[in-house]
Design a protein around this ligand. Structure first.
Ligand code: M6R
Length: 610
């Protein structure tokens, strides 16, 4: 979703803004703009399309001199991507300039109110009301902070804001509610940004803004206020991770780099939580008695994070014998869920900022439920608002299509299920030991798969022109199919569906014709013969079958056209290995079709609107 960067300090602002926006490109956008205070006027440039166009239009920022500025990449919600709808937005005199991430839900009402008072609008955006509303209150108060708090009281919806007032050339004003915003502090000036990578090159000292907080930045100082204009004390967080973690490190794409980082992500997520052969998850903050008392787990998430929940249901129910419900956050938040007497709600999110997942968390808490967050981005909203948080130590994930965060989320679920199984005595001591040993072997087995990616690349190149691709599997293999299919469609734009293999014959099999590619995942021993039967069913109808299984099942070659073998592990963890060839397949199809692998069209890394 939209990205915001702001800078005030000793350096020229425009190059810093452009650089920061480049680091936020992964969030997804369709237009971009910057505004810089040149000493007497605020000058602005905004364009639809890629940041490169903005760089060209501003001679890499040189055309907009000045040491105070704000920038924005826009992911269109209200109004098509265009130069006019691009941010920044401004009042009539160009004396108040605003960049915004989020949605102003009551903008129609506010717009009417302003139009009745003579304000004229030039764009179709919801954001423009903010510029005029700020103008309205600023003209009455002559005080930017008072005007901003008034606006915050009037608007409904979500916002992260960067604002310049021409009358106050030595300050940037900012505020947030339900959209991410951080403030960075350095010797050479201060920053606002939607995310850490935008400013990591300049500072590691970061303040995470809470809902309805305001920050006023000057060259040497940062002051925080609440919506009543009372000062707020905040402590900076030191960012530990390396700037290289957010760079491509020699890989052609972030996606490929992140696929290859998965063994490391699993090690970092798992190893610190295994001590003397026992799983210890301190962050869980639950006694053994409380774990024994849990009568239901509800997992809520979106997209790939939801798919980890689908997988976790099999793992938890199998290992710990606790009933698990898995919900899409966008459905859960409005379905009036029924909680048990001792329900544990788990919200899973890479970014920790997904609007629907955050709303689901709040909805659960409003019903008195305790929420455990499984989150990758440290300090994100879900991490801060959850009652307890278990971090996945995947490191910064830049590519829009998730890979390493997905795998780390699965690993977090394995740890939790094993811990629950142990405490609830639903797995034996010997199984517990064997599972832990398998879990620690996973990174090595992943490395083995990733050693040779050529067979998958060659296979993918045969399917660049496919129109439909189906993924089938049963149980955990179905959960993996869901993820394989999503990976493929989001970056290759090929229509794809994942089906529980046994369900195909209830309708979807009519879509199978000569040459249709069906990817069959068959890692589950107990279900293997059943899946093979389903493979035969699609083969009979002309499908071309790619099978994914382990070396014990060589006979699958009799019914498939291409087989990829994964190393053997136990039934619960096989998905973590099977997903790698599927990620690589999606990557190479996208690459072969000449698409933007890391920034697929219409998508955003962090979906901060409903
Ligand atoms: O940041 P989150 O994990 O909450 O994001 C959830 C989904 O938006 C995300 O997994 C999305 O489906 C990915 N682009 C899939 O690769």
């Amino acid at each position: 979703m939209c990205g915001i960067v702001g800078y005030i300090g000793d350096e020229q602002a425009a190059p810093i803004l452009l650089n920061g926006l480049t680091k936020l490109e992964y969030r997804g956008y369709d237009s971009a703009g910057i505004a810089v205070f040149d000493g007497s006027e605020i000058r602005m440039e905004k364009v639809s399309g890629r940041l490169q166009r903005l760089k060209e239009a501003t001679d890499n920022g040189k055309a907009l001199p000045g040491m105070v500025g704000i920038g924005h990449t826009r992911w269109a919600t209200h109004g098509c991507p265009s130069d006019t709808n691009a941010h920044p937005h401004f009042n009539k005199e160009h004396s108040i300039i605003v960049v915004h991430n989020g949605i102003i839900e009551n903008f129609t009402k506010l717009k009417l109110h302003l139009e009745n008072r003579g304000y004229q609008f030039v764009s179709e955006t919801d954001t423009e009301v903010l510029a005029h509303l700020l103008d309205y209150y600023y003209k009455r108060t002559r005080n930017p902070l008072a005007a901003l708090t008034k606006v915050m009281q009037k608007v409904e919806g979500s916002y992260a804001l960067g604002i310049l007032f021409r009358d106050h050339p030595d300050s940037i004003y900012s505020a947030r509610k339900d959209s991410p915003l951080i403030v960075g502090q350095s010797e050479r000036g201060n920053f606002i940004a939607s995310d850490v990578p935008a400013i990591l090159q300049y500072t590691r000292e970061v303040f995470y803004m809470e809902n309805e907080e305001i920050a006023v930045l000057t060259r040497d100082d940062i002051k925080f206020y609440n919506v009543d204009e009372e000062p707020v004390e905040k402590t900076a967080t030191h960012i530990e991770w390396d700037v290289n973690a957010a760079e491509k490190g020699g890989y052609e794409h972030f996606l490929l780099k992140e696929i290859y980082e998965q063994p490391r992500a699993i090690r970092d997520t798992v190893n610190p939580r295994i001590k003397d052969g026992q799983i210890e998850i301190e962050e869980l903050q639950m006694t053994d008695e409380e774990i024994k008392g849990i009568d239901k787990i509800m997992i809520v998430a979106c997209g790939s994070a939801y798919h980890t929940g689908v997988m976790a249901k099999y793992v938890f129910e199998g290992m710990a014998r606790v009933p698990v419900e898995v919900d899409l956050a966008s459905e859960y938040r409005y379905r009036d869920p029924i909680f048990g007497r001792n329900t544990l709600v788990i919200v899973v999110s890479q970014s920790g900022e997904t609007a629907d997942s955050l709303a689901a968390l709040r909805e659960s808490q409003a019903h008195g439920q305790k929420v455990l967050g499984i989150v990758n981005v440290v300090g994100s909203s879900i991490a801060r608002e959850a009652d307890s948080v278990m971090y996945t130590w995947a490191g910064p994930e830049i590519s829009v299509a998730t890979t390493k965060a997905y795998s780390a989320q699965l690993a977090a679920f394995y740890l939790l299920a094993l811990k629950f199984g142990r405490v609830r005595k639903t797995i034996s001591d010997s199984d517990y030991e064997a599972y832990i040993s398998d879990l620690q072997k996973l990174p090595e087995q992943m490395e083995e798969i990733l050693k040779d990616r050529q067979p998958i690349q060659r296979f993918a190149n045969r399917y660049l022109a496919a129109e439909h691709i189906f993924f089938i599997g049963r149980g955990i293999d179905y959960a993996i199919s869901l993820e394989g299919s999503l990976k493929l469609k989001e970056i290759s734009y090929i229509h794809s569906e994942a089906y529980a293999a046994g369900e195909l014959k209830h309708g979807t099999i009519s879509l199978i014709e000569d040459g249709t590619l069906v990817v069959a995942v068959a890692t589950q021993e107990k279900l293997y013969p059943k899946t093979v039967s389903n493979i035969v069913e699609v083969k009979t109808r002309g499908a071309f079958v790619m099978a994914l299984t382990n070396e014990d099942n060589k006979d699958i070659e009799k019914v498939s056209d291409f087989t990829f073998y994964i190393p053997k592990t136990n039934r619960y963890f096989a998905g973590s290995l099977a997903v790698l060839p599927l990620q690589l397949f999606a990557y190479y199809v996208s690459l072969g079709r000449g698409l933007d692998v890391d920034k697929p069209r219409n998508l955003a890394k962090s979906v901060t609107v409903e």
